[in-house]
Design a protein around this ligand. Structure first.
Ligand SMILES: [Zn+2]
Length: 219
């Protein structure tokens, strides 16, 4: 199978779930029947029932067979989740530092347990390429907004820290009840791998990547 500009996660491929984490060129290679939202660095989760652009949200889920949900990033963390029970369901999450500080990944799992009856232990979750702790320097306001001390390392500049946004989201998924062995990471650092990825910080806002997954057609 040719993967084109998309990276695949084995834990999703093994279940036959059509998905991809975008590298350069992915935004121009959007798959068919894709639904996206207007991302606003919030924590709203929205169900989509048809392809195209929906309302403002930073997490989109779908249960309609064959429909794909996607998020667009260039440094922020994309998280793709899939569960098969009580019915096939997929979620795409956009988590920058603001959404991560407000625990969007954790609230998605909690919301879908309540709204769709998905037990946290049913989810497979994959964290995609984002700006890594090697390159993501943040200042005091970001440090104050995020309570998880373990995801910060000392920065080179005074009153600056290196933030591991992927580890922060992974920790939230674990705290939400997803078993650690059902969470995977794909891709590298968007900032220090310019041959593969667009980076908002490095490229001053030009270029972005698309990440998506699709509700299977049959259970
Ligand atoms: Zn890096």
């Amino acid at each position: 199978m040719s993967s084109g500009p998309f990276l695949r996660a084995p834990i999703l491929s093994e279940l036959g779930i059509d998905h991809g984490f975008g590298t350069r060129g992915s935004f121009e290679a959007a798959p068919a029947r894709l639904a996206r939202a207007q991302q606003v660095h919030g924590v709203r989760i929205l169900e989509v029932q048809a392809e195209g652009q929906s309302d403002e949200a930073d997490a989109l889920f779908a249960i309609s067979p064959g429909l794909a949900v996607g998020v667009v990033t260039a440094d922020c963390v994309p998280v793709l989740l899939a569960a098969r029970r009580p019915r096939p369901i997929v979620v795409a999450v956009h988590a920058g530092w603001r959404g991560s500080a407000r625990e969007i990944a954790k609230s998605v799992v909690e919301h879908l347990q309540e709204a769709q009856g998905v037990w946290p232990g049913e989810w497979l979750a994959v964290i995609g390429p984002h700006i890594g702790p090697c390159c993501y320097e943040v200042d005091a306001p970001v440090r104050r907004a995020i309570r998880d001390e373990a995801v910060f390392a000392r920065g080179e500049r005074r009153d600056h820290w290196m933030l591991d946004l992927g580890a922060l989201n992974q920790a939230q998924l674990v705290r939400a009840g997803i078993p650690e062995e059902q969470i995977a990471r794909v891709g590298g650092c968007t900032f220090c791998q310019p041959e593969n990825f667009a980076s908002y910080r490095r490229d001053r806002g030009s270029g972005r990547m698309l990440h998506y997954l699709r509700v299977p057609n049959s259970a």
